[in-house]
Design a binder for this molecule. Structure first.
Ligand code: ZN
Length: 242
């Protein structure tokens, strides 16, 4: 780890989901100061944004050293994204597979827009490091989650703003079980329990039923992936060792 990273500030795309909460912990372990950015874009699971405060309160409680690093939490409203997209995340339609092999939960341009807004905010606040939970291991084939896309966007942002931003994607090569393991390595059982209880993943925004992996409908692709990852994580016995 370089001194430059240890003394630097990071901006984490923090939606209140499992992945972004793990990314937040990853950043808090590495950087001197961490700011957060969430987007309200008309998502059906807008409830995830409400989870952020409970997650932050929990993080402050379990890790006072991290609490001291937590900076501003920003929320940007970009309703345009749902106005121009016709997807199961932004419309009340069933989740299904499209003819192009992509599920209709894919919101075209979403991560490109998110990271571009993040860079614009980072520019104003003098932040170099931007962290996102994009992952191409356990994913639905979203092309904007690919490592190649993120690297190309980093180049475009640096060219277009004449700055040096570093886009970090610590989950890129991890499956969901490994993401739970990473949370455990970063913050122990306390962080794992906090994420399990208070992070939100379900595409439909359901928080009624509690499962051993957290709340959600249990049926949508996001719930299925989270449940599968949790089962594998538990089967690996990491929790039993602490
Ligand atoms: Zn669900």
């Amino acid at each position: 780890m370089t001194d430059q990273i240890k003394s630097g500030t990071a901006l984490v795309l923090f939606s209140g989901g499992q992945d972004s909460t793990t990314c937040l912990a990853w950043a808090l372990e590495r950087f001197a100061r961490v700011e957060m950015l969430g987007f309200s874009y008309g998502q059906r699971h807008g409830i995830e944004l409400d989870c952020r405060d409970r997650l932050l309160a929990g993080i402050r409680q379990i890790r006072p050293d991290w609490a001291a690093k937590l900076g501003d939490s920003h929320t940007l409203a970009i309703p345009t994204l749902s106005e121009i997209s016709d997807t199961a995340l932004t419309r009340d339609v069933a989740i299904e597979m499209g003819a192009d092999g992509l599920p209709n939960t894919f919101v075209p341009g979403r991560n490109l827009v998110f990271l571009t807004f993040a860079a614009a905010l980072a520019y104003r606040r003098g932040i170099r490091h931007i962290i996102g939970g994009m992952c191409e291991t356990d994913y639905s084939g979203y092309p904007d989650c690919r490592d190649e896309t993120i690297k190309a966007l980093q180049s475009a942002l640096n060219l277009g703003m004449a700055k040096i931003f570093e886009l970090h994607t610590p989950l890129m090569w991890l499956d969901k079980a490994a993401t739970w393991r990473l949370a455990h390595a970063l913050g122990g059982a306390g962080l794992v329990d906090l994420i399990r209880e208070h992070s939100h993943t379900c595409y439909l925004g359901e928080r009624g039923a509690q499962h051993d992996w957290g709340y959600g409908c249990g049926e949508c692709p996001a719930c299925s992936l989270r449940a599968k990852g949790w089962r594998e994580y538990v089967a690996q016995g990491v929790r039993a060792s602490h």
